[in-house]
Design a protein around this ligand. Structure first.
Ligand SMILES: Cc1ncc(COP(=O)(O)O)c(C=O)c1O
Length: 511
């Protein structure tokens, strides 16, 4: 593709994107497609001869755009939103165009140094001291994996060199996190060779916050049993209910026990850019590592996760391996080769989109938008609280509300309430106007409304509530049997048609 052809096609693509973002509401948030129905719409083999870009983009418009789940739709209130802001998308385009691999300082000097700058900007914005350094990764899952890899080294297991298999010189490693901690912590234990059994799930209180006395008891029990505690994970903003673990008390325990403290605040951490709203985070500055995802609530296109740590040296102990062909920097250079701190070698230039975005919004602009989401969530919670047949199932410290429809007639039928709420959520999602997901709290089905998209306005939130009440009324009025699964939906709907049938939302929120 010569530069002029690239320019012409590039203009078409930008126009297409601008049109998409301007009119994304014409789509149902969830495409009305069945699993396995899309693959057959594409050619079974790659073409032998080149094709024209116009034809390829036409197929994009026909086959791809209508069949995505529309994360940029203002009615997206499932999981945790990931907004691709305009400036963020432009940053992605520039990143792709420059096409640098930021694995070494030498292979992309400005990518490395701008990453150090942007990490510093975000650290300051979050109100954390300059003892924290850090880096950008793809996801919170990777950030937590890196943090726990560093914790493993800090505990003196020397696992990077010796591995953990067939070791009779160490106890069985233990990591402590609440019963509500994200599955990525358990996955990190699997991946790091600690094993899923290494993760001790500490019980939570009625607000879904880790119980400190149970944490202390679990560590004491494990020490007596000869196990090897290595890390504690505090979650500030859990995935299901956005509960907040008592991080200051956990920091106290971690310091006393000589354990690494990792804070997973992938979603909620963004709120700390608002100085008046930092109360839930008090004590996190004592952590060894903290993960915040700009691709969740800072409107950055996937992917961007910020890993802050006071112990960069431990990350390096865990992940540095420098073959001769990658040996370029002096050990005491003022910059770094970031690949030494992560499992991967190749690295994207993620700092560019963040730098563009932070300048375009300004911190004040980001704060204003987060405040709006926090206020909308309180308003929604108040609507639920005001209705006798609706029940809120968790506190709302941030912008996610967990609740259910619980009519008095089902007071003695908890399974019936679960079934009714699953049907209700499906019915609401089938309208195509909003997309909600669910979780289980105390074993019971809870609908979640998670407000976090840049494009969500008050009217979308009130519409979600209206639809919930309307569909609850319809289900109550329907004859028995209405809870049967929805009929199969058509494939590749017209972009202008609202879907009338669709897939149910996924299972536990995960994104
Ligand atoms: C608290 C928490 N941690 C980690 C994750 C995983 O995030 P990622 O998809 O960036 O790995 C999530 C996802 O929702 C989360 O809510």
């Amino acid at each position: 593709m010569d530069p002029e052809a690239f320019r012409a096609a590039g203009h078409l693509v930008v126009d297409r994107l601008a049109d998409y973002l301007a009119s994304v509401e014409r789509y149902a948030v969830l495409p009305a497609v069945e699993p396995g129905s899309l693959g057959p719409l594409f050619a079974a083999s790659a073409p032998e001869e080149p094709e024209a870009i116009g034809a390829i983009l036409d197929d994009y418009a026909r086959l791809v755009e209508p069949n995505v789940t529309h994360w940029q739709h203002p009615g997206f209130m499932a999981y945790f939103a990931t907004t691709a802001s305009g400036p963020g998308i432009l940053g992605e385009m520039l990143t792709a165009g420059i096409g640098s691999n930021a694995m070494l300082w030498r292979t992309s000097p400005v990518a490395t140094e701008l990453e150090m700058v942007v990490v510093g900007w975000l650290r300051q914005a979050l109100g954390l001291p300059d003892s924290f350094d850090g880096l950008l990764t793809d996801t919170a899952s990777t950030s937590s994996l890196i943090a726990l890899g560093a914790a493993r080294e800090a505990a003196g297991l020397d696992a990077a060199a010796r591995g953990l298999a067939v070791r009779d010189d160490i106890g069985r490693p233990r990591v402590y996190a609440s019963a509500e901690a994200h599955s990525s912590i358990e996955k990190a234990c699997m991946t790091l060779g600690l094993g899923r059994e290494a993760l001790v799930r500490v019980p939570v209180n009625e607000r879904f916050e880790l119980r400190v006395e149970d944490l202390e008891a679990a560590i004491a029990r494990d020490r007596v049993a000869g196990h090897q505690p290595i890390a504690i994970v505090a979650t500030l903003g859990t995935t299901s209910s956005t509960s907040v673990d008592p991080v200051a008390a956990m920091a106290e325990i971690a310091e006393r026990e000589g354990l690494w403290l990792h804070v997973d605040t992938a979603y909620a951490g963004a709120v700390a850019i608002i100085p008046d709203r930092r109360a839930p985070f008090a004590g996190w500055e004592r952590a060894d590592s903290i993960v915040v995802n700009p691709h969740k609530w800072l409107f950055t296109p996937l992917d961007a996760s910020l890993l802050l740590t006071r112990r960069m040296d431990r990350l390096r102990d865990a992940f540095s391996l420098v073959p001769e062909y990658l040996r370029t920097l002096d050990r005491d250079a003022p910059v770094r080769d970031f690949n030494e701190y992560t499992p991967q070698l190749g690295r994207r230039f993620r700092a560019l989109k963040l730098w563009i975005q932070l300048r375009w919004f300004g911190l004040a602009g980001l704060r204003r938008r987060l405040e709006r989401h926090l206020e909308l969530a309180q308003a929604f919670a108040a609507w639920v609280d005001a209705e006798p047949d609706w029940e809120r199932l968790a506190p709302v410290p941030f912008s996610t509300i967990c609740f259910r429809y619980a009519p008095a007639r089902l007071a003695d039928d908890p399974d019936g309430i679960d079934e009714l709420n699953a049907a209700l959520m499906d019915a609401v999602n089938r309208t195509g106007e909003v997309f909600l997901s669910h979780t289980r709290l105390n074993g019971r089905f809870a609908i979640r409304v998670a407000i976090g998209s840049l494009r969500t306005e008050p009217r979308h939130v009130s519409r979600a509530w209206e639809l919930l009440r309307r569909e609850a009324g319809t289900l109550e009025a329907a004859p028995a049997g209405i809870l049967a699964p929805a009929p199969a939906a058509s494939v590749a709907p017209s972009p202008t048609a609202r879907s009338t049938a669709g897939r149910s939302a996924g299972t536990a929120p995960s994104s």
